[in-house]
Design a protein around this ligand. Structure first.
Ligand code: TYD
Length: 133
């Protein structure tokens, strides 16, 4: 799985009762080691700006909207607009990502590995150099 893609999670419920979504079975692409979430991100802020060497992730906008740009190791560009809580994006390892958020956005990230700063590539030039090797 070298390319990012949109995941459509099951959605159970109705406007009358409210909804529930589930990430399991084939939609859960790895056994998670960590879940984290971001919130109250100002609209003028861009987050991300890094790649991971081994980490795989699934991002979900459980509230609000997230615009996500991903550049894969083979230099393909992908754009996603998450605006429903039943949608997610799979981000493969070695992908450069940038995210912008609506002010009410809550981003949940399901991660394949525990936090490790050594797994980050935070220098875009270094990412490009590694990807051209
Ligand atoms: P970072 O991954 O750069 O955030 P984003 O991709 O949302 O811009 O992380 C921001 C800071 O939080 C950075 O100092 C590392 C720290 N951090 C942890 O300590 N543990 C974690 O699980 C995560 C994701 C980040």
């Amino acid at each position: 799985m070298n390319e990012p893609y949109l995941i459509n999670f099951p959605k159970i419920g109705s406007l009358e009762t409210g909804y529930l979504s589930i990430c399991e079975n084939e939609k859960l692409l790895f056994i998670p080691k960590r879940i984290y979430w971001t919130y109250l991100t100002p609209e003028n802020i861009e987050r991300g700006g890094h790649a991971h060497i081994e980490l795989e992730q699934i991002l979900v906008a459980v509230a609000g909207k997230i615009d996500l740009t991903i550049q894969t190791f083979d230099k393909k560009l992908f754009e996603f607009h998450l605006d429903q809580p039943n949608l997610g994006v799979y981000i493969p390892k070695k992908s450069w990502r940038k995210m912008k958020y609506s002010s009410n956005a809550v981003q949940m990230c399901i991660a394949s590995l525990e936090y490790d700063e050594d797994d980050y590539i935070r220098d875009y030039e270094k990412f490009i150099q590694l990807s051209t090797k």
